[in-house]
Design a protein around this ligand. Structure first.
Ligand code: DLZ
Length: 195
């Protein structure tokens, strides 16, 4: 019998063509992380997101994800205002004519959504519980505080086999990165409408 699990179908009108999306991923458990990041990118590109509008940053482990998401978003906001006004102001200060307007691609605007990708696998100590709890609580708080969708791409697995199946690298598995890429596009597009 087919599984009843999964996000269902995205509305066909949703497009990522003018969205800017960030991926922040942990390096810990790289065998699982690499296909998840690739899956997220693959789905976003299929939904129209331009390659130039996808930024991928790495951090050591999942515990670093909340900090990285916060700072990456802040940097994109600064970059955005610097591109629209800073360059012209610098030209004027130098006594030059203001240079050409900012490029029309969206690679300099704030992120519409950020996907946080990590893979926690339970070991012998309490590390797993502490990191899972801190990271999931923090990522939820960050998306509400920042007002942008933060997609929860953190696997919390009891075994290596569970993690590999959820990265789609073992038979019968499914790459959850695909779903996270789709969620980022849907939520990025919808949060614009709800602005
Ligand atoms: C320390 C640690 C352990 C034991 N396990 C994982 C894991 O399964 N997945 C993961 O993403 N990170 C793990 N880490 C690293 C922490 O997330 C973090 O990078 C370090 O504690 C440094 O802050």
């Amino acid at each position: 019998m087919a599984s009843i699990k999964g996000p269902g179908n995205i509305e066909p009108t949703i497009s990522g063509s003018d969205l800017r999306i960030g991926i922040v991923h942990a390096r810990w458990n790289t065998t699982v992380i690499s296909p998840l990041v690739a899956g997220a990118k693959e789905r976003m590109l299929a939904l129209g997101v331009k390659e130039d509008n996808i930024t991928v940053e790495a951090v050591p482990g999942s515990y670093e994800l909340p900090f990285a998401v916060t700072r990456l978003y802040a940097a994109s906001q600064i970059q955005s205002s610097a591109t629209t006004s800073g360059a012209a102001a610098l030209d004027l200060l130098a006594g030059d004519e203001p240079s050409a307007p900012a490029p029309t691609n969206t690679a300099t605007k704030p992120f519409d959504a950020i996907i946080a990708i990590g893979c926690l696998i339970k070991g012998e100590t309490m590390h797993f519980e502490y990191i899972c709890d801190a990271v999931s609580t923090s990522l939820m708080k960050i998306q509400l505080d920042l007002g942008i969708p933060v997609i929860f791409g953190v696997l919390a697995c009891l075994t290596d086999a569970q993690a590999l199946a959820r990265a789609g690298v073992t038979e019968g598995g499914h790459n959850h990165g695909l779903d996270w890429g789709e969620a980022a596009v849907e939520m990025g597009a919808k949060s614009r409408l709800w602005n």
